[in-house]
Write a protein that binds this ligand. Structure first.
Ligand SMILES: C[S@@+](CC[C@H](N)C(=O)[O-])C[C@H]1O[C@@H](n2cnc3c(N)ncnc32)[C@H](O)[C@@H]1O
Length: 206
């Protein structure tokens, strides 16, 4: 049986970037949420499971400090090949996001997840994910999520997923303030609708 890393490596090895079922070329929905965070372009962002996303191009275009994660070495290799010049601007962390992160506590301003949390289906992995988020985020820091909604897909990349609404996310982040949430229909490269929930939270620093 394949490990999770082998599963994702195989996908990134066998599939062209633009054919991936979650490929985006327009990041306006993510930017709509990021733009609500004051001065986000100059903050430190942590992106779990960034894969080969073109979001990296957008983030490199800003002045942001980037801490980027994926459990697939192949995805990271491909992302690095697209941006050989970015090596000194990005801190890469290749590991399962549900395991403790090797970064300083209270060092991240913004946690930005698209289509990663929903792959964690067992309670201990979900606990580990949110433990990482809460430990590494600074007081008053922000978290942006884009996950399959309750009307969304139940499987992706051959794996089961957990569907979310804003309330489910708020249960995990009960000490955070929900600033905004919105349903959004992403259309995948095959032309199929994939309903997502987008949500922005802020840690209460009082
Ligand atoms: C559906 S893709 C989304 C990629 C990217 N966030 C985007 O929006 O294009 C899911 C990504 O999460 C990574 N991933 C899956 N499970 C993970 C885990 N437990 N820890 C870290 N990364 C994971 C995969 O390798 C893949 O790059």
């Amino acid at each position: 049986m394949k490990t999770l890393t082998e599963h994702w490596d195989e996908i990134f090895h066998n599939t062209e970037h633009q054919q991936l079922g979650w490929y985006e070329k327009n990041f306006s929905q993510t930017l709509k949420f990021l733009d609500q965070i004051p001065d986000w372009e100059n903050k430190t962002l942590f992106v779990p499971g960034i894969g080969t996303s073109g979001l990296l191009d957008v983030l490199l275009g800003a002045n942001a400090k980037l801490v980027l994660n994926d459990l697939s070495p192949k995805a990271i290799e491909k992302a690095k090949l697209r941006h050989p010049d970015a090596e000194n601007r990005v801190h890469w962390i290749c590991q399962d996001i549900s395991q403790p992160l090797p970064i300083e506590p209270d060092s991240i301003d913004i946690w930005l997840d698209r289509a990663v949390l929903h792959f964690l289906t067992d309670p201990s992995s979900i606990r580990g994910y949110f433990q990482n988020l809460k430990t590494t985020l600074k007081k008053g820091g922000y978290a942006v999520f884009a996950e399959f909604s309750k009307t969304g897909a139940t499987k992706c990349a051959g794996l089961n997923v957990k569907q979310y609404d804003a309330q489910d996310l708020h249960v995990e982040l009960s000490t955070f303030k929900l600033i905004q949430s919105e349903d959004y229909i992403y259309v995948n490269p095959k032309g199929d609708d994939r309903p997502y929930i987008y949500a922005l939270f802020q840690e209460n620093d009082s």
